[in-house]
Design a protein around this ligand. Structure first.
Ligand code: TMP
Length: 218
């Protein structure tokens, strides 16, 4: 087993950031790179990837549900996450796979906690009581300004995306504040081109896991 394979066994890595930050593209590239290194990897998205989680996701993102309060959002995101852990993430980590996840608790902190006004500390308190695992080994925040992110969101907006620039500006601030306060968070400038962002994502994985990835070449 190579050093990379060994050090990434059972590691839990999250890519997160404002809507339009490119995290799904980057998660795909990261998974591809990990697989090329021979690291057994699973990729999931939060909310989603379980039958229950996908139904909760539909409820959350449906533009018809404009009456939904921040508290309800928070509890639904947490419920989908708890199920995702039980059915997918927990078992994959138990099998020593490396798990790459689109979004996690960091999103609830930035969206419902900070932009929604519930409070990031209160979100973390609830998560501590109801999740089996609160923080990943590494959270990579893909930071992007509102102008760039809205250009990337050209399709029809879902309920969360449609909350307006003021809300999304706060989401960005929430992510940056959270990253500033916590260990195991890295902020990557996501306004660059896809290849450079990918290089920085790999660098973050290398730095944070303190691994000698000397055989990495871009
Ligand atoms: P996605 O389309 O990036 O998967 O995310 C779905 C939307 O849900 C996105 O607008 C961010 C939002 N969201 C929250 O508001 N709170 C959360 O806890 C999570 C995970 C996502």
């Amino acid at each position: 087993m190579t050093e990379i394979q060994n050090s990434l066994k059972g590691k839990f890595i999250v890519l997160d950031g404002p809507d339009g930050c490119g995290k799904s593209t980057q998660a795909g590239l990261l998974v591809q790179w990990l697989k090329e290194q021979g690291v057994a990897t699973r990729r999931f998205r939060d909310p989603g990837d379980t039958a229950i989680g996908e139904k909760i996701r539909d409820i959350l993102l449906n533009p018809e549900h404009s009456a939904m309060s921040t508290r309800t959002e928070l509890l639904l995101y947490m419920a989908a996450r708890s199920q995702l852990w039980n059915e997918r993430i927990g078992p994959a980590l138990h099998e020593n796979q490396c798990v790459v996840l689109d979004r996690w608790l960091s999103s609830t902190c930035a969206y419902q906690g900070y932009a929604g006004g519930f409070g990031m500390d209160r979100v973390i308190k609830i998560a501590t009581d109801c999740l089996e695992r609160v923080w990943p080994d590494l959270t990579i925040i893909l930071d992007v300004d509102i102008k760039t992110s809205s250009k990337r969101l050209s399709r029809e907006l879902d309920r969360m995306e449609a909350k307006g620039d003021g809300y999304h500006q706060k989401v960005r601030e929430g992510f940056l504040q959270l990253a500033d306060k916590r260990d195991n968070f890295i902020v990557v400038d996501a306004t660059q081109d896809i290849h450079n962002i990918h290089k920085n994502v790999i660098k973050s994985v290398r730095n944070l896991l303190a691994t000698d990835f000397s055989d990495f070449s871009d």
